[in-house]
Design a protein around this ligand. Structure first.
Ligand code: ADP
Ligand code: MG
Length: 271
């Protein structure tokens, strides 16, 4: 049921690296503002990580850096054993990646945003077909089949010819998830994907994410305000504060027995 939707076959993970994502001493500044502060983060292949923390602490910047939507000032980000923005030259020295390398490594990561960012002039099906045709070079027929399969998976097989304006927020967000999955990423990033939705529409989006989580080889990082969902879904919860991971643990550890004062303050304010 879920097998065709993921990047790889969950039963053949032998050639997958143990760590799918690595941040090593990553810093990012906007002018005088330090947004990522010597950040270290390891995410195992297939791990589901929830990132929580105050507004402005750098959570979106972390995900955007992993999507190469933000340059970093210091450090290295590795995805699937390859540096994201650098590549070895003929002497084995790391140099800045060329466009081809970037395109390839970037293709391993998919992202869904708070604002759905669908192409308004394209139908649901066209939205999902676009990048596989343009970027991966799939034939229209292959891309259409992939799109229809994914749209069925997110429960929208009856909306293939609808335009975004004809869909509810929850439906648009499910199209956005299908669109990201159509690139067969190894890592999926979710940035507050339910924050713009009416409460009654959150459930349908979280259900799709919950089902995706059953794909054991898909690595997932999720920034969320939904503490209940984080607790149920994540293997690990990271409390992010001032550009770094302030405290992390299993959901039971972090929510049930936070050690740091700042974590305790945050959790008592939001729960
Ligand atoms: P979070 O997602 O945790 O709320 P962000 O990563 O969006 O935090 O932002 C962290 C900080 O960086 C905030 O203070 C924000 O205002 C600032 N910031 C984000 N993007 C930019 C930008 N393009 N230019 C200047 N400052 C930015
Ligand atoms: Mg954010």
């Amino acid at each position: 049921m879920n097998a065709p939707i993921t990047a790889g076959d969950p039963t053949s993970t032998s050639n997958e690296p143990e760590l799918m994502v690595q941040f090593r001493d990553v810093s990012k500044h906007f002018g005088d503002l330090t947004v990522l502060n010597h950040l270290d983060l390891d995410v195992r292949t297939g791990e589901k990580v929830a990132i929580i923390g105050p507004s402005g602490s750098g959570k979106s910047t972390l995900l955007r850096a992993l999507m190469t939507l933000e340059d970093i000032d210091e450090g290295v980000i590795m995805v699937d054993d390859e540096p994201l923005t650098h590549m070895p030259d003929t002497n084995g020295e790391l140099v800045r990646a060329n466009a081809r390398h970037l395109r390839r490594v970037r293709g391993k990561v998919g992202m869904v945003f708070q604002s759905f960012n669908l192409f308004p002039h394209m139908s649901t099906r066209q939205n999902v077909m676009e990048a596989p045709v343009q970027v991966l070079g799939l034939s229209k027929k292959e891309a259409r089949e992939r799109a229809e399969e994914l749209l069925a998976m997110v429960g929208l097989d009856d909306k293939l010819d609808h335009y975004p304006s004809q869909l509810s927020g929850g439906q648009q967000q499910r199209v956005a998830i299908a669109r990201a999955l159509a690139m067969r990423p190894k890592v999926m990033l979710f940035d507050e994907v339910t924050s713009a939705l009416d409460p009654e529409l959150c459930g349908e989006v979280l259900n799709v994410i919950r089902r995706l989580g059953e794909a054991h080889s898909l690595t997932m990082l999720m920034v969320t305000h939904q503490m209940g969902f984080a607790r149920e879904f994540a293997d690990r919860v990271c409390f992010f504060n001032e550009g770094r991971i302030h405290e992390q643990g299993t959901p039971d550890e972090l929510f049930g027995n936070p050690q740091e004062t700042r974590t305790q303050e945050f959790l008592s304010a939001v729960t």
